[in-house]
Design a protein around this ligand. Structure first.
Ligand code: FAD
Ligand code: THG
Length: 812
């Protein structure tokens, strides 16, 4: 297998690793070009201090880091190791941070990496420079350590070169040529190189390269301060480069590493210092290196004071050198991986730390060679995950700077972005404000979490108050709204649900090919179905409503669904896909009295016979034309009512006036999430993702294997009989013990899985947590324990769904 002609732009730690992985996978026509000298090109990798902390709230990021550690441990350059596995220690100097370290311990444990919480004494024993009086405790990950980034580049260049990869130093890329929507060559200052695939691994220069093919790459280079002390007298004679663990002091935005008798200090506490990629100095003009700016000493003053406090031995030393080094930040802190949506063959592997470099390279190599990546779930990292507003330069700059500021902050999982807000508002926004909506944010949308005007509903109800952490961004009103939905009727704003319109004479066949269910049914049918990759992994779960012979409306999960559809469109132009989210809106009207509200307003029959469960039709609600779909993510009778944005307020007011006399309310996402978990409805991206198949995830009912071929079918036939883990429903008796997701689950003392989503079930009167567990433990009645901060919470495997298994609420 020669493979296509590949040109990799950039021989930093990402480009070099990718060349190694791709050539290992068997592709042989690979050229890596870099404007700088090799192996220290002058990019971010050339001066990175190389600290590798694997702990991350993202499972994928942790796994990418683990792969990087394992790979770099196996590499050397003439006997010099590429990784010094000294361990990683995070210390707490405040009670809040100590609590946070417990949460972080939970994440690494959930993702399968060994770590230990340490007493102050144990911290000092491992890192004797730390002041005993300042630390309250620590978290140690023994497999963390120091990556020698330039050596890693060199080692991977050597291996790749042996396999025939060409490395061209001092070749500056000036343009990327495309032909009929496909890349065809890379133009350098020393000539043109033909290419079928171009992978941009240009780090902070990425946006500049991407612009050559008209692609908007949302990252910002920001300067970050790194300083080195001179000799520290207490360390005199240290013969090894690093003996103490790498150290993080997040309370002061600092990190540390050894270098013989000196110490490297990294700082995130200074003002954000963004740089336009166009303004980065060239290799020849740069004073030191293009990615290195002059050290601004004033910005470092607090860091040095904090350092001398935490590490008293440094008081006898001086700061000898320092840099303001550039590297990439993104709007959500995650990398940008994948192929341009517009130009075939133009790929990016950008905004990647040394920490994740080899893992990312492995993932992208698999993706390129196999068409998908089976070793890592990349949905969070896909460069096509963004909504259009998330690509605006102003948004990108603001969010990237904010992420720099927050890099070590303690962030609650529900905490919304501070700014820029509000960005996207549904037509109901003003009405929601009048009702005292408490808004959280999702992909730019302002979404009511609960409504303060429902406060009166709490009285006389049993709504337990959760523990402190779970009580943030929470109100007892959430419980009252959930219960009221099951008692009377509630209006839910579903506008943020991504809606795609698929039309054309090939539409039915197209959706049949992409989905696991049968969607080629009568006009008016609605189908819950899955999109899979070739491996049988879940790409999304969607609803497909057939509104006409050649007209479908798809309820989707995000921009990746639109991207997936776009990549599979038939070349003959027989199918069109359009995102109709922004021009439309939706109210979910759900609850036992939903019909009493709707029928008198409607010009059409909304009895059970008039519109059965999982059927759709057009109608008028008062003067508002709607598409009504009879389904409910909260598990109650009722409809999703769609209309155009201009009619939204009228729809809201019409329903509101009719619902109020019956005790109807507007309800928020807090209630919504609780109700859907009582009903056992999965949420893509949280409960199930690319790495899971439908059988494990408990959505096998949505797969019709007797249907004609669809993407992923062959893989499912294999996976169906091999279910080793299951998305499992757990209940928790202690009403205070509400967990949030991403906590480890233990069988005895052994970590065996992790929680995906959780909420208190206000109807069933128990806590609910969905968790991935080994199949043999997922048996009803089995007791397991959830690790929640410093606690172990008892939980029991339950039959699901917990609410209305007979579906009496939905049918009839
Ligand atoms: P680079 O190493 O910058 O490689 C990109 C390459 O593209 C460069 O070699 C460049 O010359 C080449 N290139 C660009 N444009 C062109 C063109 N037009 N033609 C030809 N070639 C081109 N990460 C960690 O994991 N741990 C840390 O402790 C850590 N500390 C850091 C400290 C500092 C001060 C800084 C600045 C960064 C730190 N990072 C750390 C981040 C890390 O260094 C980067 O994320 C990583 O090195 C990026 O690797 P890369 O290969 O994507 O980019
Ligand atoms: N509404 C619409 N589209 C959507 C969602 C939605 N698309 C994305 C996401 N949410 C999909 N998730 C679900 C999950 C469950 C159900 C609907 C959408 C559901 N399931 C029933 C069940 O499992 O009992 C029906 C199954 C069946 O009959 O096949 O209702 O909220 N428009």
């Amino acid at each position: 297998m020669a493979g296509p002609r590949v040109v990799i732009i950039g021989a930093g730690v990402v480009g070099a690793a990718l060349a190694d992985e791709l050539s290992f996978a068997g592709w042989s026509d690979i050229t890596v070009v870099d404007q700088g000298p090799l192996p220290a090109t002058g990019g971010s990798s050339s001066h990175a201090p190389g600290l590798v902390f694997q702990t991350n709230s993202s499972k994928t990021m942790t796994e990418l880091a683990r792969y990087t550690v394992e790979k770099l441990c196996s590499l050397d350059v003439d006997g010099q190791p590429c990784f010094l596995q000294v361990g990683g220690l995070e210390v707490a100097t405040t009670p809040e941070r100590l609590t946070e370290l417990h949460r972080r311990h939970g994440w690494v444990t959930a993702w399968g990496i060994e770590s230990r919480l340490l007493s102050p004494e144990e911290c000092i024993e491992l890192h004797p420079l730390v002041d005993r009086e300042r630390v309250l405790g620590g978290l140690l990950v023994p497999t963390d350590g120091l990556a020698k980034a330039v050596l890693a580049v060199e080692a991977q260049i050597r291996r790749a070169t042996e396999r025939g990869v060409r490395f061209l130093a001092r070749h500056e890329v000036l343009d990327v040529v495309q032909n009929e929507g496909k890349v065809s060559a890379v133009v350098t200052d020393q000539g043109e190189i033909p290419a079928d695939i171009v992978v941009c691994c240009a780090g902070i220069w990425g946006p500049k390269i991407a612009r050559m093919v008209g692609m908007n790459l949302p990252l910002t280079p920001l300067a970050h301060q790194l300083a080195w002390t001179g000799p520290v007298p207490a360390l005199e004679g240290q013969a090894e480069e690093a003996v103490r663990p790498i150290l993080r002091h997040q309370d002061a935005d600092l990190y540390y590493r050894d270098r013989f008798d000196r110490i490297g200090i990294g700082y995130y506490g200074h003002r954000p210092m963004p740089v336009d990629p166009e303004d980065i100095a060239s290799v020849d003009e740069a004073e030191q290196m293009p990615s290195v700016l002059k050290f601004t000493e004033d910005d470092f003053a607090d860091a040095w004071a904090e350092t001398q406090a935490l590490l008293p031995a440094t008081r006898d030393a001086k700061i000898e050198e320092g840099i303001n080094g550039l590297f990439s930040f993104t709007t959500d802190g995650l990398p940008l991986l994948g192929e341009s949506p517009d130009v075939k063959g133009f790929w990016v592997a950008e905004a990647v730390w040394v920490t994740h470099s080899a893992g990312v390279a492995r993932a992208v190599a698999e993706w390129l060679v196999d068409g998908h990546c089976s070793s890592f779930d990349l949905h969070e990292c896909d460069v096509n995950r963004f909504e259009p507003h998330q690509l605006s330069p102003q948004y990108v700059l603001a969010r990237d700077c904010q992420n720099f500021v927050e890099v070590y902050d303690i962030l609650h999982p529900l905490q919304p972005a501070g700014a820029p807000r509000p960005l996207r508002t549904s037509p109901f926004y003003a009405r929601q404000q009048e009702l005292g909506a408490y808004f959280l944010e999702a992909t730019g949308w302002e979404r009511p979490q609960w409504y303060e005007t429902n406060a009166g509903l709490v009285e006389g109800r049993s709504v337990p108050t959760p523990n402190d952490w779970a009580a943030r961004f929470w109100s007892p009103i959430v419980g009252a709204e959930a219960q009221t939905t099951r008692e009377t009727v509630a209006m839910y704003d579903m506008t943020a649900l991504k809606r795609l319109e698929v039309t054309g004479r090939g539409a039915a066949a197209f959706l049949q090919r992409l989905s696991t269910g049968n969607v080629d049914k009568s006009v008016g049918s609605v189908t819950y179905t899955l999109l899979l990759d070739e491996d049988g992994g879940i790409r999304s779960d969607i609803t497909v409503a057939r509104l006409g012979r050649d007209h479908f409306q798809v309820g989707a999960n995000g921009n990746l669904d639109l991207d997936w559809f776009g990549r599979h469109l038939p070349a003959d132009g027989s199918v069109q896909v359009r995102d109709i989210t922004a021009g439309t809106c939706c109210i979910g009207l759900w609850g036992p009295l939903a019909r009493e509200v709707l029928q008198p307003l409607a010009d059409s029959d909304f009895s059970n016979d008039g519109l059965k469960y999982f059927r759709a039709k057009r109608a008028h609600i008062g003067s508002v034309p709607v598409t009504a779909m009879r389904l409910s993510y909260v598990g109650e009778r009722g409809w999703e009512l769609y209309t155009t944005a201009d009619m939204g307020v009228k729809l809201w007011d019409t329903l509101w006036q009719a619902a109020q006399p019956l005790g109807g309310i507007a309800a928020g996402r807090g209630a919504f999430n609780s109700l859907r978990l009582e009903k056992g409805y999965r949420s893509f991206g949280t409960d199930m993702t690319y790495e899971h198949d439908p059988y494990e995830a408990g959505v096998g009912f949505a797969v019709k294997l007797d249907k004609d071929d669809f993407i992923g079918k062959a893989a499912l036939e294999r996976r169906k009989t091999d279910v080793r883990r299951r998305l499992t429903c757990l209940t928790i008796d202690d009403p205070q013990a509400v967990v949030m997701g991403k906590e480890p689950v233990y069988d005895g003392d052994r970590p065996v899985g992790y929680v995906t989503s959780a909420a208190y079930g206000y109807t069933i009167g128990k806590g609910i947590a969905y968790a991935w567990l080994p199949a043999e433990l997922a048996t009803t009645g089995r007791t397991v324990h959830i690790g929640y901060f410093d606690r172990r919470i008892e939980a029991v495997v339950a039959d699901e769904p917990l609410f209305d298994p007979s579906m009496s609420r939905l049918r009839g």
